[in-house]
Design a binder for this molecule. Structure first.
Ligand code: NAD
Ligand code: MG
Length: 394
């Protein structure tokens, strides 16, 4: 029977890869809803291609979208803003939700999908970084299947014993696992000694992956790896102490799991998000993805090194925020979003990004993240402080 998919963030890089995978399996999957924050023309193209029942956009684009859909004789209901996003994420006709909005904006719709007990394919790592225990608890309570799309976490999931997902939280590795090796490409500045003058265009030019702007900058500062460290701790119920970051510039191994008997399992493949997306869509089955098989004779160099925490302090900030717990990861995430935006708008230097995050973490008292209100409040306060600080150093 065909399964019905809602794509939150359909116009983005992950949205695009998701559509590419779905296109190969028209009998197995249909697209029920798509959402976009901008690029309405691109959304219309998607609607032409997959004929969804519902499209969600900000209210300011509602009229423009209605006119364009009518021109193309497409019968698509339009919903708007946060209410629209949450409506499609928990819609009874939806089986699978691809959470591919970037940043904190994805938290509420992703949580709605989890609370509705959907199969949730999680690309939007910021949502889990912010809400951590709350999201994992909701997944257990509502029997949602929260499957990692982030390539590293998808790799770890493939290397772990199957029972690992949604394990009760102990903080310690279980079932013979000793530690997780989270791989990182090192980004475009792996070998750049002076990072003071690097530009947004240079930061967005990732050596191995083609991605949205925000995650590209995060990859360049290694904040992406920091966010992923926090993501791994929550997804696999493990404390940060058991997650080691390994720089692997070729991005052929997507992460590894070590066991107490000396085994190290790795998941490998060409760096293409269609693989983890196809895996999460069909798990525990396997389906074809439009990705060529790995040729080890062409990719015959696999290198590994430790991250340089002096040039990339964001990684340590994230590790410390995870250790602190409570609202600290939400504060880290919010300050980082503000700093990345300011860097992309050429208001601050690249090296200011971790400075803004550190300043915000030091300024704000963190508290227990016992409910969503507290998390959203910490997010707002952190944005305010980070904004102010950006104004001071700009
Ligand atoms: P992107 O910028 O290409 O796309 C983001 C999508 O979110 C777009 O559809 C956009 O319209 C929508 N969006 C942006 N702001 C929004 C808002 N305020 N409200 C509602 N929708 C909004 O980003 P991406 O690279 O596709 O990344 C999406 C998520 O997946 C991020 O959390 C990222 O960290 C994660 N991720 C991406 C990759 C990748 O290869 N691109 C890999 C792993 C994880
Ligand atoms: Mg990743």
């Amino acid at each position: 029977m065909s399964q019905s998919v809602c794509i939150l963030g359909a116009t983005g890089s992950i949205g695009e890869s998701t559509l590419k995978v779905l296109q190969q399996h028209p009998e197995q999957y249909s697209v029920f809803a798509v959402t976009a924050y901008s690029r309405i023309q691109k959304l219309v193209e998607i609607c032409k291609q997959v004929k969804p029942k519902i499209a969600v956009v900000p209210a300011c684009y509602q009229d423009e979208l209605a006119i364009l859909l009518k021109q193309h004789q497409l019968d698509v209901e339009i919903l708007t803003d946060d209410v629209g996003l949450q409506t499609v994420a928990r819609h009874p006709d939806v089986d699978i939700v691809m959470a591919a909005i970037v940043g904190a904006a994805g938290l509420l719709p992703t949580l709605s999908a989890v609370k509705a007990g959907k199969r949730v394919l999680l690309a939007n790592k910021e949502a889990l970084v912010m809400s951590g225990d709350l999201m994992m608890q909701a997944a257990r309570e509502h029997k949602a299947l929260l499957l990692p799309v982030d390539s590293e976490h998808n790799a770890i999931f493939q290397c772990l014993p199957e029972q690992y997902l949604n394990l009760d939280k102990t903080g310690k590795p279980q079932l013979g696992v000793s530690q997780i090796l989270l791989t990182a490409s090192g980004g475009p500045f792996l070998n750049t000694q002076n990072l003071d003058a690097v530009t947004p265009a240079q930061a967005c030019k990732h050596p191995n992956w083609s991605m949205g702007q925000k995650i590209s900058v995060d990859s360049a500062t290694l904040m992406n790896k920091g966010l992923e460290l926090i993501e791994a701790c929550h997804l696999f119920s493990i404390s940060e102490h058991f997650v080691t970051v390994v720089i692997h510039p070729q991005s052929i191994i997507h992460s590894m799991v070590q066991y107490i008997d000396g085994s190290t399992l790795a998941q490998m493949g060409n760096p293409d998000m269609c693989t983890p997306i196809a895996h999460a869509l069909a798990w525990p089955q396997r389906i074809h993805a439009p990705v060529s098989a790995l040729d080890l004779f062409k990719n015959n160099q696999l290198n590994f090194e430790a991250p340089d925490l002096k040039r990339f302090p964001a990684l340590q900030l994230a590790r410390d925020a995870m250790k602190t717990g409570g609202t600290a990861p939400a504060i880290l995430n919010a300050a980082n979003e503000i700093a990345v935006e300011a860097f992309l708008n050429q208001k601050i230097k690249f090296t200011h990004i971790p400075t803004v995050v550190e300043h915000t973490l030091n300024k704000l008292e963190h508290s227990v993240a016992s409910d969503l209100e507290i998390i959203l409040q910490a997010d707002q306060q952190a944005r305010h402080i980070a904004h102010q600080y950006v104004g001071e150093i700009a």
